[in-house]
Design a protein around this ligand. Structure first.
Ligand SMILES: [Zn+2]
Ligand SMILES: [Zn+2]
Length: 299
């Protein structure tokens, strides 16, 4: 692992941690019965645990690569995800109409839309920074997102169900029990909108990589209005230092999360508590940085 040049993180107070050459653990020297972390009494010493390895995809998928195509299994999961979301929304509307209570379900839906963006950011940050392709459940997503950083344009070539099936499966398993057990219009207003936005977040992400002239005019209008994550905002995520603009539904949380350094604080907490370094602290290597389409074809 190499040391990060300081100019990559100007004025960042975390530089001393980012630039540690060795994987480290922090030891508190306090001798009270209940030791508390004290920044002045912390020392850093080498640790033998290896950092989370970078996933190293070697080649971009070709245009007709099966990994970009939708299978019937993908389509079935997307159909089941959409069905469970539609049942939730239909229940919300049905019960709201029955009881003539509209304000709370609509407000719950709005909250669901806003929190879905936050959820997409937290999830994206997690799989960008921790684990590898062998991680249970999340391994394929981690590998796919690392491949996405190297060859971002391939997401626009990925077929619809191929892109959405993993989140659609998660939505099916989490929303279906609520569809069966719950009749509250407010809960369904929140769950229906939130889970729908999360399920389609990968489509919004794909559109954020699209070319303006090739995108449907409605999508461009929604991006320009900030209803969907914009192309320019998401482009920042694919530039150094690769540790911001993680949210991919509307992007409404990105500015707040990045200005307040929320993810950097979470990374510090995880590092001090568990000794795990996020990938974003490592110097971006060839596995992490974007390769242009021309480089991939001729390189
Ligand atoms: Zn990412
Ligand atoms: Zn992207």
């Amino acid at each position: 692992m190499s040391i990060l040049p300081h100019h990559k993180y100007p004025s960042n107070p975390l530089n001393h941690v980012r630039s540690c050459q060795f994987h480290t653990r922090v030891v508190c020297l306090a001798t009270t019965t209940k030791p508390r972390p004290n920044p002045e009494r912390l020392m850093v010493e080498p640790r033998s645990v290896t950092p989370p390895p970078l996933v190293t995809p070697t080649r971009p998928p070709l245009l007709d690569d099966p990994s970009l195509q939708s299978t019937w299994s993908h389509r079935a999961w997307v159909a089941s995800g959409c069905t469970t979301v539609l049942i939730s929304l239909a229940k919300s509307i049905w019960v709201a109409a029955d009881s003539q209570i509209w304000f709370e379900p609509i407000l719950a839906g709005l909250v669901g839309y806003i929190l879905a963006d936050l959820g997409s950011g937290v999830y994206h940050w997690g799989i960008d920074n921790y684990g590898d392709e062998s991680t249970p459940i999340f391994g394929p997503q981690i590998e796919a997102f690392q491949g996405h950083h190297k060859w971002p344009w391939t997401i626009t070539r990925r077929q619809f169900a191929n892109n959405l099936h993993a989140l659609a499966r998660a939505v099916t398993f989490s929303v279906l029990p609520l569809d069966i057990a719950c009749n509250d219009p407010v809960i369904h207003g929140f769950v229906g909108v939130c889970s729908g936005c999360i399920m389609f977040s990968q489509q919004f992400h794909s559109w954020a990589h699209g070319t303006k002239s090739k995108l449907p005019p409605l999508v461009v209008a929604l991006q320009d209005l900030g209803v969907l994550v914009s192309r320019s905002e998401h482009a920042m995520h694919h530039r150094q230092p690769y540790n911001n603009n993680y949210c991919i539904v509307s992007g409404v949380w990105n500015e707040f999360l990045d200005e307040k350094k929320v993810f950097e604080v979470l990374e510090m907490v995880l590092f001090f508590k568990l000794g795990v370094r996020p990938r974003s602290w490592s110097e971006p290597g060839s596995e992490w940085t974007e390769e242009t389409e021309a480089q991939s074809q001729f390189g």
